[in-house]
Design a protein. Structure first.
Length: 45
């Protein structure tokens, strides 16, 4: 999670749905998931 003050200075926030016992992701894993989803949506046929 992010501190309240950190969230307040963000231009936008995203939410990555997670199943199971995972409570948080490190920034490198979260970035990989987001970039993979962007690529998937741009190149779907």
């Amino acid at each position: 999670g992010l501190r309240r003050l950190t969230r307040e200075v963000c231009d936008f926030l995203i939410k990555i749905p997670m199943l199971g016992a995972v409570e948080s992701l490190n920034v490198s894993v979260a970035s990989g998931i987001v970039l993979s989803e962007i690529r998937r949506q741009r190149f779907k046929s």
